[in-house]
Design a protein around this ligand. Structure first.
Ligand SMILES: CC(C)(COP(=O)(O)OP(=O)(O)OC[C@H]1O[C@@H](n2cnc3c(N)ncnc32)[C@H](O)[C@@H]1OP(=O)(O)O)[C@@H](O)C(=O)NCCC(=O)NCCS
Length: 174
């Protein structure tokens, strides 16, 4: 296991977070054809990172042996500009990716757990995500407590709730 440090994502991580959106879009090695330019020119993909950080955004970056190796963050979307994993207003959506050389070495799990701890500490009562069918990442999300609540195209929408968190912050349990 490399030396991995999880720190809060900062404004000067914006370009790196854009790289991680591109990595997430190109999650399948057999179908990784999206260029950074095309991702950032496609509104429904670019809106995961455009303007980072917006009010309400929060995230974490992994430093592995001193270099940025991945990031995870939450952003809330309105109903008229939903993310692929949109559930309802007040439920922020996850983006998670690890740079190729660091995959499969525990960095993604550490990022996810660090970010979920922060979400819980902030009083959120629900968070969501979208994961393409066939992406092994789904297993990681199930292990973290997410469950499938819907579908969008060939992707599953997953939700994690903390019913014990303060009512009125984020969304309540289903
Ligand atoms: C998915 C991803 C974030 C997981 O991070 P990671 O550091 O590679 O994963 P970890 O080593 O922490 O392993 C945690 C779990 O992630 C999954 N995983 C591991 N390697 C993976 C890989 N190369 N691709 C997809 N998922 C992987 C597995 O479910 C693993 O759990 P398991 O070992 O019990 O099966 C990372 O592989 C990645 O960035 N993949 C491409 C982008 C992507 O798919 N992002 C998620 C979009 S929803």
């Amino acid at each position: 296991m490399p030396n991995v440090i999880i720190r809060p994502a900062r404004a000067d991580d914006a370009d790196f977070l854009a790289d991680m959106v591109v990595a997430a879009v190109n999650w399948s090695p057999s179908d990784a054809h999206w260029t950074r330019e095309r991702v950032l020119a496609t509104r429904e993909l670019a809106h995961y990172v455009v303007g980072w950080p917006r009010p309400g955004d929060f995230g974490v970056v992994a430093l592995a042996d001193g270099e940025r190796a991945g990031a995870a963050w939450f952003r809330e979307f309105p109903a008229d500009d939903p993310g692929y994993g949109f559930v309802r207003p007040g439920v922020p959506e996850l983006t998670l990716a690890v740079t190729e050389p660091w995959r499969g070495r525990g960095v993604g799990r550490k990022l996810l757990h660090g970010l979920l701890a922060e979400a819980r500490a902030r009083g959120l009562s629900a968070v969501s995500l979208s994961v393409a069918s066939g992406n092994r990442a789904a297993r990681l999300y199930v292990q973290a407590g997410f469950r499938v609540v819907g579908a969008c195209g060939d992707s599953d929408t997953m939700l994690l709730t903390w019913p014990d968190n303060a009512p009125g912050r984020g969304a309540g349990p289903d």
